[in-house]
Design a protein around this ligand. Sequence first.
Ligand code: SAJ
Length: 442
Amino acid sequence: MPVKKVAKKSTKDFKPKMAVVGIGYVGLPVALIFAKAGYDMVGFDVDQARVDRINAGENPIKGREPGMDELVKSMAKKKNFIATTDPTKLADRDMILVAVQTPVEGNHEPKYEHLRSALKTIAKNMKRGAQIVIESTIAPTTMERVVRTSIEHENGFEINKDYLLSNCPERVMPGRLIYNLTHYNRLVGAYNDKAGQNVKKLYEKVLGIEVDVTDSLTAEIVKSGENTYRDVQIAFANEMALLCEAYGANVWKVRELLNKCPGRAMHLPGAGVGGHCIPKDGWLLVYGAKDLITTKMIPLARSINNFMPQHMFDLIQMGVAKTGQSMDKVKVAVLGYAYDANSDDARNTPTSDLVEILKRENVRYVLHDPYVEEYNINLDKAVKDVDVLVLMTAHDEYGKVGLKGLRKLLKAKNPILVDGRNVFDKAKAEKEGFVYLGVGNI
Ligand code: SAJ
């Protein structure tokens, strides 16, 4: 009787016991997608209320996230998923993903207190042979200077001998958490081949995406670099808008024709750059090398984009002057608080900068945003007695109301329309009786 060959344990049988530390906006969808695929998953967080809500099947993430409500509800009852604040639940985990927030402080330096505390908790509880995967966006050199040192300082483990280490930066977006996780290719940086292949095999199998493997430093630079690239591109578009205003040209016409040139892709000028990643990743990218090189273009791009809310205020002033009114007499309706169209996410929103300027200059204003609870007031009432409309966020609702609709709502004799997102057509706005000033098209 031939001896039955025992199948070699291949990576296809690789079914690690998993954990996600930080089950927030990034970590929760990751944890639930792996749990739904049948993996034994522990979702760890320090926020007991959040943990309780998730275990009760309630989605703690605000805003419209297609599929999240159902996913949280369906996984709450499953035996292979538990949310917990008990760090000892990490002790038997083979793979621990870290998705805690890594904000940038006022001085543009990354704040790693959440990351350090998560690493300390993990190091204290993890078993020998476990693999750590950092999903948070971090400055280049953080894996070496912060992650590895925090773990090894805490538990004396030796890299590649007692534990495996890798970083696989997330590429999620508000409103498309699940979609991006299961459609966007990823990059994993790893301290050795096994660590890289583990993540590649697992993520490709479960998320159905393609995963490239490289070293940790390269992965850190790519992640912060891909968003910095976008920030710099947007800054170019914004400076082109300011130039076109100076020339008396229409930047949108310029952009349309310029982008017909092969290899050109001028981005959209606008009222500013918000969100949880674009405004901060340029600072992360340069931070790691701040003692080695003084970068110029990346900080300058940040200052150009940060100037745009001030420019919106300048356009308001120009409109008020054009109509012979004075700033201390007019009232402004700010349309859109969220940082992006049809989203309720207001992190780093440019509108908050404009509001600060209006307050500082003692200009009367009212805020409207159909997606942000606090400002989801009746539009008709909000705008009826204002002299200036300032469109900061291109929510569909504003385009739907349209120029005729907006004009009807306003009692003002010479209403001013400042268009920060090129939602309206200048000639049509003027035909409806507006004094129209658009970014890059005044
Ligand atoms: N913005 C402009 N002009 C543009 C594009 C954006 O002013 O041409 C403004 C937006 O109004 C917003 C801010 O920039 O205030 C950020 O917009 P975003 O479209 O970059 O949206 P985010 O912040 O959600 O960025 C995400 C990022 N995705 C991931 O991190 C996985 C970013 O890397 C993506 O490039 C971006 O989505 C995308 O492509 O949509």
